[in-house]
Design a protein. Structure first.
Length: 84
């Protein structure tokens, strides 16, 4: 991701959080922040192999992947489905 776009995305997220009223999302974000320790998660060899395979498929054109907009929409739908 280009640096300028990343900065814009971060500012958009900050603005969104400032107006957030859903305590479940706030709690989820707090958990996400506390688990964002790079030493706290290590991929297994099986997971690494899966990532390599997926990357090779992407490079070969076999799997085109998703746009950022598609990923955001899928994530929002999944998140909405999990709301109580």
């Amino acid at each position: 991701m280009q640096q300028l776009q990343m900065q814009k995305d971060k500012l958009d997220i900050i603005e969104w959080i400032k107006h957030l009223e859903d305590s479940h999302i706030v709690e989820y974000l707090k958990q996400l922040m506390s688990s964002n320790d790079s030493d706290s998660y290590v991929l297994t060899e099986e997971q690494k192999a899966e990532v390599r395979e997926s990357h090779e498929k992407y490079l070969s054109g076999e799997d085109k992947g998703f746009t950022w907009e598609e990923v955001k929409e899928r994530a929002r739908k999944r998140f909405d489905e999990q709301k109580p």
